[in-house]
Ligand binder design. Structure first.
Ligand code: PEP
Ligand code: MG
Length: 579
């Protein structure tokens, strides 16, 4: 028995047999072909590409209605890459001009492109090298198939299995109908495979380094997607422990489901609004079904990412309208483009700015692209006629950004009025508080905004000067650092003073360990990934605002981060009789 540790992607615990997916890229055949066989070799490559294209089409056509919202766009990215002339034409020339066999011609070019992506400082762009390598794997597999040399097929069998591989492409993940878990050597929580695994809610761990070398087919595995642990050939004691934890987890999930229709009210009668963060319009309906009382954050940039042609006004309008209609009487808060740093556009130049997190991003980017910004505001306004839509502006740091946004909003309204297009005249405009400057200027900002939402992910990054994507400093990323807590608390209080809504939409809102602390600060609106809603609701139901107020005041007045952590630990026991 031995165990490996990686990065957890969630999904709970699973126990099952291993199935390795062999990498074709590890030993690519390399030989020269006879000049008169060149055209035949090009046809071999094109046939392999056509076969992959067909299988992706089939996969798209057969996607069930309840497939994760990310599935379709991720397959479309694979299709886009498959048609990339940079890759295909260079491979064709390698066959025609240098007489390389199709395998080597494609794989070596893909490797060069992947290595270029590897050089990027930006994590998102670096992860794109995975997409290229995954495609090369597929092409090699298809080329091997035409010679009957393919290694084990990924679709094989119906037995539930934990798939172990260096990496797996999103489309392959979807075709592995019998997958009960994924254990991948490669890391990265922002890779497309990681995004898909998370939304499939299948236990998954990435960054396991040499797992695919160390594990044999048919090995028994325990995969803990919550803790990032993979135990190989577990003994009976370990198996029993994990079976017990697995059963307890399943019971907990079942119990939590009973809370879907229970109102989120604290023990002393304070109503708390629990909202959803979504990235695609298709996520709105499932979020409402999971008990969300609205969308507190629709990250509109996901409509713009991973594509060459950006969505026009009509496409955006349809997307926002879909989300608004799915939420019925509840609000949908659509954020204007938050592009830059960890979220790049395909159409942006590949040159990474010296400090992307401090660069031309979010509202700064929107204001530098007036046509694009106006189109987005018009699309939002048009969708507002179909329900309750409000607009949220990311990364504001300066009053002028609000004034300018209002100016564009008024211009968009005037255009629509002149066209006779209906929209909500009283549409609310809010701002994200995620830069310390905004938290410090909150009173002035609130005069010009209808509501605010605290983006704790960036607020922590900018307050503590900790890059949220840099693993080297991840241990210093402290949501309950006194400086962060004071900025959050003062923002909440400022909203209360003027009677304007304040929500938190960063990851802190979805962490049930922090629910009491935020409630104790006076927060009444939490927006989070829908998967966290019920756990947070459970905490709300057990919280007593009256009892939490004094210990939270004490936390807020402590200067020493260690002291804050001590006091925070005690908060978990407030009201349980053990404080
Ligand atoms: C945040 O910064 O907390 C936030 C919600 O925005 P994002 O994570 O999209 O930057
Ligand atoms: Mg942010």
């Amino acid at each position: 028995m031995f165990s490996l540790h990686g990065t957890p992607l969630g999904g709970g615990i699973v126990i099952g047999r291993a199935r390795k997916l062999a990498s074709q890229l590890r030993d690519v055949q390399r030989y020269r072909i006879a000049p008169d066989a060149v055209e035949q070799e090009v046809v071999r490559l094109e046939t392999a590409l056509a076969r992959i294209s067909l299988s992706l089409e089939e996969l798209l056509d057969s996607l069930p209605g309840d497939a994760p919202a990310e599935a379709r766009p991720l397959i479309e990215i694979e299709q886009m890459l498959l048609a990339d002339p940079m890759l295909i034409d260079t491979a064709r020339s390698a066959i025609r001009d240098h007489y390389w066999n199709a395998e080597w011609a494609f794989a070596s070019n893909a490797q060069v492109l992947a290595e270029q992506f590897d050089q990027f400082e930006d994590e998102y762009l670096r992860e794109r090298s995975r997409d290229v390598r995954q495609l090369a794997e597929k092409v090699l597999k298809a080329l091997a198939q035409d010679r009957g040399q393919a290694k084990k097929s990924v679709r094989e069998g119906a037995e539930p299995l934990i798939f172990v591989a260096e990496d797996i492409a999103p489309a392959d993940m979807l075709s592995l109908k019998n997958a009960i878990g994924f254990a991948l050597d490669l890391g990265g929580t922002t890779s497309h495979s990681a995004i898909l695994a998370r939304s499939m809610n299948v236990p998954a761990v990435v960054g396991l380094h040499h797992a695919s070398d160390l594990i044999q087919d048919e090995d028994w595995l325990v995969l803990d997607g919550d803790e990032g642990v993979l135990i190989v050939a577990p003994d009976e004691t370990i198996l029993q422990q994990y079976r017990h934890r697995q059963a307890a987890g399943a019971l907990e999930t079942e119990k939590l489901k009973r809370l879907i229709h229970v109102a989120a009210v604290t023990l002393d009668g304070h109503e708390i609004r629990l909202l959803a963060n979504i990235e695609m319009p298709e996520e709105a309906a499932p979020a409402a079904a999971a008990g969300a009382q609205g969308v507190g954050l629709f990250r509109s940039e996901f409509l713009f990412m991973n594509r060459r042609e950006l969505p026009d006004e009509d496409e955006q309008f349809e997307a926002y309208r879909k989300a608004v209609q799915a939420m019925g009487d509840h609000h949908v808060t659509v954020r204007t483009l938050d592009i830059g740093a960890d979220k790049a556009l395909e159409t942006q130049p590949a040159v990474v700015p010296p400090n992307p997190a401090l660069g031309l991003r979010a509202i700064r980017y929107s204001l530098s692209q007036p046509d694009m910004f106006l189109a987005q505001l018009r699309a939002m306004l048009r969708a507002s006629a179909y329900g309750h839509l409000q607009i949220l502006v990311p990364m504001i740091s300066h009053l002028r950004e609000i004034t300018e946004t209002r100016r564009y909003l008024e211009l968009a309204k005037a255009q629509l009025r002149a066209e006779g297009t209906p929209f909500d005249e009283g549409i609310a405009l809010g701002g994200m508080i995620e830069i310390p400057a905004a938290a410090l200027m909150i009173d002035a900002f609130l005069k010009k905004l209808d509501f605010v939402s605290i983006g704790t992910n960036d607020l922590i990054q900018y307050t503590l000067a900790i890059d949220r994507t840099d693993r080297e400093v991840a241990s210093l990323y402290d949501p309950i650092h006194p400086a962060v807590l004071r900025l959050i608390a003062s923002t909440i209080q400022a909203g209360k003073r003027v009677g304007k809504p304040v929500s938190v939409c960063g990851e802190m809102a979805g962490d049930p360990h922090l629910t009491r602390l935020l409630i104790g600060m006076g927060l009444t609106e939490f927006s989070m990934h829908p998967a966290s809603l019920l756990r947070v609701k459970q905490e709300v139901l057990l919280a007593d605002v009256g009892q939490l107020a004094a210990p939270v005041r004490k936390i807020l007045s402590a200067d020493d981060p260690d002291k804050v952590h001590q006091l925070f630990d005690r908060l978990a026991r407030v009201g349980s009789g053990a404080a």
